[in-house]
Design a protein around this ligand. Structure first.
Ligand code: MG
Length: 159
């Protein structure tokens, strides 16, 4: 009998000057980055929370608190690798990931395949098990006003 779980994650970060924009472990050329204690990789943070939630664990801040200088400007792919280790220790394997970025700018289409390649390697699954979409918020709300980026992630895991 296969044990099967789903998890959902959400994150948002505000744009800030003089920082690289890192989304899904890929540096995106843009005039603004995202403010955060870590590198601000909003997509990876949503994916981490989805995985942790699926495995019945606590949220990302529990494992990587922003009061801990170890994670200052941290490469979020390192956090995701640690989360994958955490759930692997409990016998879980990623089945698939489906995520959505919500932002007005920059256009993500040219970067989606690189992000999928990066995420699938980190999650140790084939690229066809990872979906990354991006959409605008039709100029509504904080993402619509271009104040920041939001990301959602749904995962399924099996053991
Ligand atoms: Mg975050």
């Amino acid at each position: 009998m296969t044990d099967f779980r789903v998890g959902f994650g959400y994150d948002s970060h505000r744009f800030a000057p003089d920082r690289p924009l890192v989304i899904g472990g890929v540096v995106i050329p843009y005039e603004l980055g995202l403010a955060a204690h870590s590198d601000g990789d909003v997509l990876i943070h949503a994916v981490c929370d989805a995985l942790l939630g699926a495995a019945g664990l606590k949220d990302i801040g529990t494992y990587f608190p922003d009061t801990d200088n170890t994670w200052k400007n941290a490469d979020s792919t390192v956090l995701l690798a640690k989360v994958v280790d955490l759930i692997s220790d409990k016998g879980w394997k990623v089945n698939n990931l489906d995520c959505t970025l919500i932002l007005e700018k920059p256009k993500m289409k040219p970067h989606v395949d690189s992000i999928i390649a990066r995420l699938s390697a980190l999650l140790r699954v084939d690229a066809e098990r990872v979906a990354v979409k991006a959409k605008t918020n039709e100029k509504m709300g904080f993402t619509g006003a271009g104040e920041g980026i939001a990301a959602t992630a749904a995962v399924s895991i099996v053991r």
